[in-house]
Every structure is written in structure tokens, then in C-alpha cells.
Design a protein around this ligand. Structure first.
Ligand SMILES: Nc1ncnc2c1ncn2[C@@H]1O[C@H](COP(=O)(O)OP(=O)(O)OP(=O)(O)O)[C@@H](O)[C@H]1O
Ligand code: SF4
Ligand SMILES: [Mg+2]
Length: 335
């Protein structure tokens, strides 16, 4: 089980003539990913998804809050003692082109972490190549075909499978997939998503899926939880199907309303919620973060910040003063 409580992160960005400005990338995010579970984070560009994924994978430090891995809080540990915990959480980058060293064959790419793993677990040298072959087969590629090749000789989909195989070399507890199919050819995307789902079921590895695309979040996280992130705040959270069928937060409803109609598989529901203004992060943070764009805002929304809480009317949590169920997507599955 991996949990986060009150995770915050603020970046200082160098501005133009007005000097530097602070960007609050995460504002007290709580999450829990059970062992073998699937959790998706969704939100538009700049809402803090990658920042959160990198913090969870131990690649970025947060300003405040606590991450607990299998009951052990990370903050009191030195960076050296934290490392073995974070090694169990592997980030799968969105860009399989830059994630692999172009000067190394796939064999060399997998051999380096497997050598370390063999030393750590007292396995013989002969195990290393055998395991490399097993892992490639596990991710659906023929070891004989790829082991001697360089990344540029492989398709984007194959490269992403190699990246996943490399992540599996350390026997991870959790994979963090950050827009992991966005740079792959559309025809390959579904097979990579199916692979991630399959690995979760077969290996019991949990999956944190980060995306701006509700259809992929729904496909991956059908049995798990969906978190909707807006400007660094979780504004709605619950079982994926429940959030998609009965969203109560206007921002979630706006996200769902924005889904294009594709081949009759997705149709807009009865109501559409369209933000009244484009996102502009320069505005002061007073009140609800969505207030300037929300068609349902009231005076209270402009003064007070709603916090994430449950409500009687819904099985999931939301951060809104005026939650109301709106059916914005039909029941048909997306796949
Ligand atoms: N290293 C950094 N230095 C300064 N600002 C940063 C840094 N990383 C992220 N930010 C800012 O933090 C905010 C959140 O960025 P983040 O990359 O986490 O968003 P995201 O949801 O992953 O967006 P996208 O969908 O475009 O990938 C953005 O405003 C971004 O400009
Ligand atoms: S709190 Fe108010 S402004 Fe914010 S999302 Fe809810 S109705 Fe809209
Ligand atoms: Mg990102």
C-alpha cells in the first residue's frame, strides 16, 4: 500500500519583466494505492500530474506532506535509506524515444539493472540473461528479435514494451505510467494499455495511471479509483465508473463534456458543462480554484476554498459547494 497525505509542491518560475512567480503545482494532495490496485489521475495540462508521478516515484521532492510505503513514512529516512522503497515504484515515461539510451542494445539496457538485482538477491550470473528473455516475453516481444537491436531499430510500441520490461527488472510493487501511450501510434495504444492491465492482473503490481484522456483512464482503471486533479487540487475522487457516470463537480463534468463523439461509442449525455473562460493561472487563488470558469459559481465560491469531502448524495468525494449530479456521458464502455 502506498499512500500520500497533504502532498504540496511549489515551483518558482522565472518570469518576464515582472520577475519570478510561484506555481503551486500540488496543493495538499491525498491518495492511496492499494497493493495490486489501479488508480488514475486525470486533468488538463499543467494541473500537476507529472509532478505528482515524479514525487511518488521518488524522482522529485515535495515541500510538505508524507508518503508512506508499506507502513513506513519516507520523511524521517535519509535519501540512502529511502532509495530501496522508491525502487519498488517504477515510472514509465511518456516518451519511449528518449527513455532508452540510443547507444545501448536492448540486451545491454536490461542487463545492467538485472546484474544489480542478481547481486541483491544472490542469484547466479546465468540468471541474468534468462530473466531478460523472460521479461521480454512477458511484455509480448520475441527476445530473439530485439535483444541485439538498438532502440532506433524498433517501433514506438516495441520501445515502450522494452521500457516496461526494464521497469520490471526490479520486481516493482507499483508502476507509475505518465501519459505512457500519448506518444505512441494510435493503433498501438490499446495493446500497450492491455499489457499494463494484464501485468497488474498477472503480477499483482499496482498501477498509477496519469493521463488527460478520460477514455484511457476508464479503460485502465475500470476496477479502481479515479482522481480528478485541477490546478494541483483533487476536486473529485471515487470509483472510476461512479465518477464517470455520476460526476458531481462542474470541472469533472466539463472534462467529460469535452470528449468528442467517436463512432457512436461515446455520445454526450443530457447536459453539457462548458467552462465559461479559458484557464488563466495568473489570477489570485482566492476562493474555489475553478470559480472563474465555473458556470454555477456563487458569491461563496469566490471567497472560500471548498475542500475534498464526501456528501450524502454521492458515493465519492468532491470539493464543491454546489455539487449536483449531471449525466454527461452514456453508459456504453469505451474501448
Ligand atoms: N521543474 C519545474 N520548474 C518550474 N515549474 C514547473 C516544473 N515542473 C512543473 N512545473 C509547473 O508546475 C505545473 C504542473 O506541471 P506538471 O508538469 O506536473 O503538469 P501536468 O499535469 O503533467 O501537465 P501536462 O499534461 O502538460 O504534462 C505547471 O504549471 C508547470 O509549468
Ligand atoms: S465550488 Fe462553486 S465555483 Fe467551485 S466548482 Fe463548485 S459551484 Fe463551481
Ligand atoms: Mg505531464
Amino acid at each position: 500500500m502506498i499512500t500520500g497525505t497533504g502532498i504540496t509542491k511549489t515551483y518558482k518560475q522565472r518570469g518576464d519583466v515582472l520577475g519570478s512567480r510561484e506555481v503551486r503545482a500540488l496543493r495538499g494532495v491525498d491518495f492511496a494505492v492499494p497493493r495490486g490496485g489501479a488508480v488514475s489521475f486525470i486533468g488538463e495540462s499543467g494541473c500537476g500530474k507529472t509532478t505528482l508521478g515524479r514525487i511518488i516515484a521518488g524522482l522529485e521532492t515535495h515541500d510538505s506532506g508524507e508518503i508512506v510505503i508499506d507502513g513506513t513514512p519516507m520523511t524521517p529516512l535519509s535519501p540512502r535509506r529511502r532509495r530501496p522503497y522508491f525502487r519498488r515504484i517504477q515510472l514509465i515515461h511518456q516518451d519511449p524515444y528518449s527513455a532508452l539510451n540510443p547507444t545501448r542494445t536492448i540486451h545491454q539496457t536490461l542487463r545492467a539493472p538485472l546484474e544489480l538485482r542478481a547481486r541483491q538477491t544472490g542469484r547466479p550470473g546465468s540468471w541474468i540473461d534468462q530473466r531478460a528473455g523472460e521479461l521480454l516475453s512477458l511484455v509480448g516481444i520475441d527476445p530473439g528479435y530485439v535483444l541485439g537491436r538498438y532502440p532506433h531499430q524498433l517501433s514506438g510500441g516495441m520501445r515502450q514494451r522494452v521500457v516496461i520490461a526494464r521497469a520490471l527488472t526490479v520486481d516493482p510493487e507499483m508502476l507509475v505510467a505518465d501519459e505512457s501511450v500519448s506518444m505512441i501510434d494510435v493503433s498501438m495504444r490499446l495493446s500497450i494499455l492491455a499489457l499494463l492491465k494484464d501485468l497488474r492482473e498477472r503480477l499483482g503490481v499496482s498501477l498509477l495511471f496519469i493521463t488527460h484522456d478520460i477514455a484511457t483512464a476508464r479503460y485502465i482503471g475500470d476496477a479502481g479509483e479515479l482522481y480528478v486533479l485541477y490546478r494541483g487540487q483533487v476536486v473529485e475522487r471515487g470509483l472510476t465508473e461512479s465518477v464517470i457516470h455520476e460526476p458531481v463537480h462542474p470541472y469533472t463534468q466539463a472534462l467529460l463534456s469535452a470528449i468528442p463523439v467517436l463512432h457512436g461509442l461515446e455520445r454526450p449525455g443530457r447536459e453539457r458543462v462548458v467552462p465559461t473562460e479559458a484557464l488563466d493561472e495568473r489570477h489570485a487563488d482566492e476562493g474555489c480554484l475553478f470559480a472563474r470558469r465555473c458556470p454555477f459559481r456563487t458569491e461563496r465560491c469566490e471567497k472560500e476554498l471548498p475542500v475534498l469531502a464526501g456528501c450524502q448524495d454521492s458515493s465519492h468525494e468532491h470539493a464543491c459547494f454546489h455539487p449536483q449530479r449531471r449525466a454527461v456521458i452514456p453508459v456504453e464502455a469505451v474501448a
